[in-house]
Ligand binder design. Structure first.
Ligand code: AR6
Length: 170
């Protein structure tokens, strides 16, 4: 089991599956969602239209289209409302559901963006702790997924993830 953090544009990564931080419509948006739709090409939106949306905390699969990644796992993180509306459980559920779907297509390598910490305003330190602990626990149970990359967009986010990974004793 190999869990690391890097600073990169997730659309450039050569992994089996990348995760998209989408919204419940699955019909695109800004942030990482917009970047993934632009890089994957218009066929992605055509496919997403057939999926019937996705509830918060859940995830759905598509192929990667023009991306180097074979598969895209679209998940919907919680909007931050101060932490009293089940945000932590919903965010953990995103990571769990994404890893379960990655396993369902026998993915070995998965890259996650920092779900919910952009437009959805989830505080980065709390979100990174949940990301690292949930993924570590899931991989300990045994999975086809051997390599998880936390793909941070900024140097500041990368420093937060690095600190969480160090604390988790990777
Ligand atoms: N590669 C990696 N990370 C990225 C990239 C990229 N190319 N672009 C942005 N990020 P956000 P959310 C980072 O807002 O908070 C969309 O409109 C970004 O810096 O993309 O879950 C959806 O349609 C931040 O650290 O997702 C939803 O409506 C992280 O990705 C809503 O935003 C997540 O920020 C979802 O909000």
């Amino acid at each position: 089991m190999n869990i690391t953090a890097i600073q990169a544009d997730i659309t450039t990564l050569h992994v089996d599956a990348i995760v998209n931080a989408a919204n419940t419509s699955l019909l695109g948006g800004g942030g990482v969602d917009g970047a993934i739709h632009r890089a994957a090409g218009p066929e992605l939106l055509n496919t997403c239209r057939t999926l019937g949306g996705c509830t918060t905390g859940d995830a759905k699969l598509t192929e990667g289209f023009k991306l180097p990644a074979r598969t895209i796992i679209h998940t919907v993180g919680p909007v931050w409302h101060g932490g009293t509306r089940g945000e932590a459980e919903l965010l953990a559920s995103c990571y769990q559901r994404c890893l379960a779907l990655a396993e369902s297509v026998s993915a070995h390598s998965v890259a996650f963006p920092s779900i919910s910490t952009g437009v959805y305003r989830y505080p980065i330190e709390a979100a990174a702790r949940i990301a690292v602990s949930t993924v570590s626990e899931a991989l300990k149970q045994g999975s086809t997924v051997e390599t998880v990359t936390f793909c941070c967009f900024s140097a500041g986010d990368l420093a937060v993830y690095e600190a969480c990974l160090d604390q988790s004793g990777r």
